[in-house]
Design a binder for this molecule. Structure first.
Ligand code: PLP
Ligand code: ZN
Length: 404
C-alpha cells in the first residue's frame, strides 16, 4: 500500500482515508437515490513513492492498492489472462486484438476485483457485515469473497436476476433478498439499510474502493502488453464503474510517471440502457427510462457513476456507442466461435461495439493495438443465447444414422 487521501471528483476537497467513508460530505448532501452519484471520491496516492519503488522486472501491485496487504481476503482474484485473438482480429481488420478474460475470476466476473477490496476494507475497519445492491454479479462476487473470510454478505437483487447468479450467491452463503423491482430499486433500498441498520455498503461507485478494485484490470492490461499502453480499450458500460476503474489505472500510471498517454476508452451500452452514451453525446444527463436488455449486468435506469464515466471518456479522447440485443448475442457467438472465450451477454457487448465501430467511418486503424474486456463468464446466463441458437436433435448411436 502507498499512502493516499481521498479527493472529491466534483469539488476537489481532500480528506484522509478515515475522515470519510462513501461520498464527499459536502457534495454528497445533494445526492438522493434516483440521480447519478454526486461527490464520488477518488484515491490520490503519493505518486512519487510509486514512481521510485515500481520495478517492471518485479512489479509490486500493492503499491497501487489502497488497503494494506494484511487485510486482503485469502482468495485469488484477478491476474486473468489477456489472449491475443488473431482469428477475431482478422474478422475486424485489426492486426493486434486482445481479449482480457475476466470471466475467469473466482465467481466468474470482473466484480470480484471490487468486492475483494471492499471486503479488505471491512476487515481493516472491523466491520462484519457488507451490504450490496446488484444486478447479480456484484452480489455473487461479494458472496464469494466473503465466503473466504468471516465477513457476512447481505444482498439485494432484482428477483429477475439470472438463475446461475442467484444460485451462486445462495451457495456461497450470503443472505439474499430478491426484490420485487429493478436494480435501481435495490440500490436505493441498500443505501437505506446501511444508513439505518449498519454494515458497510459496497454499492458500486458509492464506496470509492469499488473503483480502485476494478482499476486492477487496467493495471494488468498494461503489464500484460509488456508495459505498453494500448490504443483503445473497449468496455461494456452499465453503472460506468468498470470504465471509471480502467481509466483510473492509467491515470495512476500517468501520475506516477510510468506512462505518458492514456488509452482511448470506448464505452459500449445496450440500446435500451444508454444513459451514459446520451450524456457523453449531448452533455445533458437523463435516465434510460425502460432498460429491457437481455444483457442484465448492464441494465440500469440511472447509472451511479454517470459523471465519472463521462469524464473518463472525455479525458481519454474516447467515445461511446450503443448496440442492440441482437448485435450483442451475435457478438457473443462470434467471440465464442472465433476465440474459445465464452462470455455473458454484458461481456460480449464490448465486442458488439467494436464490430459496429469497425463498420463505421470511425473505425480503428489496422495497426492499432486494441483490447476488449470480457467482463463475465458465459455460463452465468445460458438462457439469453439459448433463445438464439438451436441444439441439434438426438440421433440413434449408429454410423448409419449420421449424415456427417
Ligand atoms: C457490472 C458488469 C458490467 C458493467 O460494469 P459497470 O461498472 O456497471 O459499468 C459489465 N459486464 C459485466 C459482466 C458486469 O458484471
Ligand atoms: Zn465534493
Amino acid at each position: 500500500m502507498t499512502p493516499f487521501n481521498y479527493r472529491c471528483t466534483d469539488c476537489g476537497r481532500t480528506y484522509t482515508r478515515d475522515e470519510v467513508r462513501y461520498l464527499c460530505p459536502e457534495c454528497g448532501k445533494a445526492y438522493r437515490p434516483g440521480i447519478p452519484l454526486l461527490g464520488v471520491l477518488e484515491a490520490v496516492f503519493e505518486y512519487e513513492t510509486i514512481r521510485k519503488a515500481f520495478d517492471r522486472t518485479h512489479p509490486d501491485w500493492n503499491l497501487f492498492c489502497p488497503v494494506e496487504k494484511e487485510f486482503h481476503p485469502p482468495i485469488q482474484v484477478g491476474n486473468t489472462p489477456l489472449a491475443r485473438v488473431d482469428r477475431l482480429g482478422a474478422d475486424l481488420g485489426l492486426a493486434s486484438l486482445w481479449v482480457k478474460n475476466d470471466g475467469l475470476n473466482p465467481s466468474g466476473s470482473l466484480k470480484d476485483r471490487a468486492s475483494f477490496l471492499v471486503v479488505a476494507e471491512a476487515r481493516r475497519l472491523g466491520i462484519e457485515l457488507i451490504v450490496a445492491a446488484s444486478t447479480g454479479n456484484a452480489a455473487s462476487a461479494l458472496a464469494a469473497v466473503c465466503a473466504s473470510t468471516d465477513t457476512k454478505a447481505l444482498i439485494f437483487v432484482p428477483e429477475k436476476a439470472p438463475k446461475a447468479k442467484l444460485v451462486q450467491m445462495v451457495l456461497y452463503g450470503a443472505t439474499v433478498v430478491p426484490i420485487k423491482g429493478t436494480y435501481d430499486d435495490a440500490f436505493a433500498l441498500s443505501l437505506e439499510y446501511t444508513a439505518q441498520r449498519g454494515g458497510l455498503n459496497r454499492n458500486t461507485a458509492y464506496h470509492p474502493l469499488t473503483i480502485e478494485g476494478k482499476k486492477t484490470a487496467g493495471l494488468e492490461i498494461w503489464a500484460q502488453l509488456g508495459f505498453q499502453v494500448p490504443e483503445a480499450i473497449l468496455v461494456s458500460v452499465g453503472d460506468g464503474v468498470i470504465l471509471g476503474g480502467v481509466h483510473k489505472a492509467f491515470v495512476d500510471l500517468q501520475r506516477a510517471g510510468l506512462i505518458d498517454r492514456l488509452p482511448r476508452l470506448i464505452g459500449v451500452q445496450a440500446e435500451t440502457s444508454d444513459a451514459i452514451h446520451r450524456y457523453v453525446e449531448t452533455g445533458i444527463y437523463s435516465d434510460a427510462p425502460n432498460p429491457t436488455t437481455r444483457a442484465d449486468s448492464i441494465s440500469v435506469t440511472c447509472p451511479s457513476n454517470a459523471h465519472g464515466a463521462r469524464r473518463a471518456i472525455l479525458e481519454s479522447q474516447g467515445l461511446t456507442l450503443t448496440v442492440t440485443d441482437d448485435e450483442i448475442l451475435a457478438a457473443q457467438a462470434q467471440l465464442a466461435s472465433r476465440t474459445g472465450i465464452f462470455t455473458e451477454p454484458a461481456g460480449a457487448t464490448a465486442l458488439a461495439g467494436l464490430v459496429k465501430l469497425q463498420a463505421s467511418p470511425h473505425r480503428l486503424a489496422a495497426s492499432a493495438s486494441v483490447v476488449i474486456l470480457a467482463t463475465g463468464h458465459g455460463l452465468k446466463d445460458v438462457d439469453a443465447p439459448l433463445a438464439h441458437i438451436s441444439i441439434p436433435p438426438a440421433v440413434e448411436p449408429t454410423l448409419a444414422a449420421l449424415t456427417l
